[in-house]
Design a protein around this ligand. Structure first.
Ligand code: ADP
Length: 267
């Protein structure tokens, strides 16, 4: 439809008010229409790359005739896995953006939960020559959260820390309880790396979907460009927020703030 219509607002009566409301709605719709168009274009562009790579690999396999080296199939399989991950990420992100993300919230002890997540990525970190450590609060830090979504948040942040930190570096996860911000109490989990860092002027765009500081590097390392958008939306759905500070060539800190469970309400 044509959203460029505008009704002249020249009276102060009821008609004038209706006309003005109509104009405001049209303006908002045009914004939504533009956002939708941009999303479709972004998605098409993002799907194009892995599909081209797969096409090339299939051609190589075809040329190999009957003696297809197993590595060729494995590389094709890698690309298929990556494409599936991209589609899954897009699906969950579109749900989150529409505010339709379902959360299965239960009391969750962040200390216990993060011990598990850090153990899950320890092997990959060490493979990449990185030292990974978890510092916990001595007390239990309980949030009311969807364990699966929270796992994905920290998995995304930790995968990035591993991806963007050169060998010999360090990754530290720190849990603090009861940080007061804007009159509310939060648990704070920071993922700290000694990696390549992010230039200050890139920080405001970091959580935008498909945003990458270094296009080539990020694609090469297997990123979909959606990890931080997903983390942002998941944390927001829990009533929390993420802060980031970074210095190029020194490292980055992502801090996830989650509202602390008020036990009187959750009995
Ligand atoms: P990707 O899948 O490309 O990693 P993300 O949304 O997870 O997408 O991250 C967006 C961009 O932010 C990355 O491409 C990278 O440039 C930058 N980035 C994220 N985490 C870090 C980090 N820990 N250190 C340096 N750069 C990072």
């Amino acid at each position: 439809g044509d959203l460029n219509v505008k009704v002249p607002v020249d009276t102060k009566d009821e008609y004038g008010k209706v006309a003005q409301t109509f104009n405001e709605m049209t303006f908002q719709l045009r914004g939504a229409e533009e956002a939708r168009r941009r999303l479709v274009a972004d998605v098409a562009h993002e799907l194009r790359t892995p599909l081209s790579v797969m096409q090339l690999k299939l051609e190589n396999i075809q040329q190999a005739g009957h003696q297809v080296p197993p590595e060729m199939l494995l590389r094709l399989q890698d690309e298929v896995i990556r494409l599936s991950r991209l589609v899954d990420d897009l699906h969950v992100l579109s749900l989150a953006e529409a505010g339709r993300l379902s959360l299965d919230r239960k009391p969750l002890d962040l200390t216990v939960h993060l011990e598990r997540i850090v153990d899950d990525v320890r092997y990959e970190a060490e493979e990449n020559g990185l030292d990974i450590r978890l510092y916990t609060s001595s007390r239990a830090v309980t949030v009311i959260a969807d364990a699966r979504r929270i796992t994905q948040v920290f998995f995304n942040l930790l995968t990035n820390a591993i991806r963007y930190t050169p060998r010999g570096g360090k990754i530290t996860v720190e849990i603090e309880d009861r940080i007061v911000d804007r009159n509310a109490s939060f648990a704070c989990v920071s993922v700290i790396d000694t990696g390549i860092g992010i230039p200050a002027d890139e920080l405001p765009h970091l959580f935008d979907r498909f945003y990458r500081v270094d296009e080539a590097r990020s694609r090469y390392s297997g990123g979909t460009g959606l990890g931080l958008s997903i983390a942002h939306h998941f944390v927001k759905a829990h009533g929390g927020f993420i802060r980031v500070t970074s210095r190029p060539d020194e490292g980055t800190v992502f801090s996830v703030f989650l509202p602390i469970a008020d036990m009187t309400e959750t009995r």
